[in-house]
Design a protein around this ligand. Structure first.
Ligand code: ATP
Ligand code: LTN
Length: 327
């Protein structure tokens, strides 16, 4: 069985982009691969947050992932800070990654822009991400399009380490979905929908009321061309709606584009399709939120299992380098 690993930051509530770009595929992958999914709370420390809020956000995100269909009996769901091997290998990865490589990362450029103060952690973030992935002998990393560059860096770093110290790490590959890999903000369709930067009208949260979802799609920004075509450059809003409708109904964007010639019906149908997609998730989310003890217990078992694998791989890496063994 292939090994799958992916991560998500507890920086806010899960949204439609997370679901279509990543989490939906995690749910499928858990049945065909040995799958590890991690709430990367240490990555969330790279940008300022409300003191004391991270634990609650971590538990709530874990509940949302279970509501989406992750089954803790089938996959391993855990919290990054519960497995300290991540930071140990993270340091080793920082020392295997160059300043120039990190400087080229577009997520760093986006997230540091306009900030008064930028943490060193935000800059070295992709080295910790590489450690997350390499610690599990990962073959495949299911992510949205925005993470492609980080996975490429992880491959480069793994290959460099293997060449320098001998064969140690499995070199992973990104798996990016055909439809839904880049869901855009409904109000600013040239920007991706994001937990931490989208405004309320631009983002569809997993627990938005059905009436709210329909309204957000009705008000989605389109253009004045009056044509329904897949054209990211000239019609980013319309193209986004077509991609969302396609990804939500299992059709191709081309097929969906051929079925509409007006914006009103396209917006209404996309809203309805998303409401249907979210309905079963919202039902389960209500149940899970009322039993936080069960979610915390699932995370404890996940960390025990993940920690076993991570400890072995970290020790392998330390031996490859030639650090003095403790015993
Ligand atoms: P943040 O705003 O804090 O960076 P985010 O909303 O971008 O958060 P992440 O936690 O960084 O979400 O990403 C979790 C997963 O969801 C990743 O695999 C990422 O590629 C995917 N993802 C995030 N946003 C989108 C999007 N708009 N469309 C498709 N996939 C997305
Ligand atoms: N960088 C990712 C989150 C992330 C991740 C990972 C994804 C951290 N570690 C390991 C895949 C594998 C993001 O910003 N979405």
């Amino acid at each position: 069985m292939p090994r799958v690993f992916s991560g998500i930051q507890p920086t806010g509530e899960l949204h439609l982009g997370n679901l279509l770009g990543a989490v939906r595929n995690w749910v499928e992958d858990q049945h065909r691969a040995d799958s590890f999914y991690c709430v990367v709370d240490l990555h969330a420390l790279t940008v300022p947050g409300e003191p004391g809020a991270l634990g609650r956000q971590t538990l709530d995100l874990a509940a949302a992932l279970l509501a989406c269909g992750l089954d803790p009996e089938v996959c391993t769901l855990f919290v990054q800070s519960h497995v300290p091997e991540h930071t140990s290998l993270g340091w080793i990865m920082q020392c295997t990654t160059s300043f120039g490589e990190l400087r080229r990362m577009t997520q760093f450029k986006d997230k540091s822009q306009g900030q008064e103060s930028v943490s060193a952690g935000l800059f070295s973030y992709p080295a910790l991400q590489a450690a997350d992935i390499l610690l599990y002998d990962t073959d495949q990393v299911p992510v949205g399009e925005d993470q492609r560059q980080h996975i490429e860096l992880t491959r480069d770093v793994a290959e460099r380490f293997n060449a320098r110290y001998g064969d140690t790490f499995v070199v992973p590959a990104a798996t990016i979905p055909r439809a839904g890999a880049r869901v855009m903000d409904l109000q600013q369709p040239e920007r991706k929908m994001s937990k931490s930067t989208s405004g309320d009208a631009g983002i569809v949260r997993l627990d938005d009321d059905p009436a709210v979802v329909v309204k957000k799609f009705k008000r989605a920004v389109t253009d004045s061309l009056g044509e329904v075509r897949l054209d990211v450059d000239h019609q980013p809003g319309v193209t986004n709606l077509l991609s969302i409708l396609a990804a939500s109904t299992g059709r191709s964007p081309e097929e969906v584009a051929g079925a509409y010639d007006q914006y009103g019906p396209l917006k209404a149908d996309t809203g309805e399709a998303v409401v249907e997609l979210l309905r079963p998730i919202q039902e389960r989310l209500g149940e899970l939120r009322s039993d936080p003890g069960a979610v915390a217990e699932a995370l404890r078992r996940g960390a025990d299992k993940a920690g076993g694998v991570a400890a072995e791989v970290l020790e392998r890496a330390e031996r490859s380098i030639g650090l003095l063994p403790r015993r």
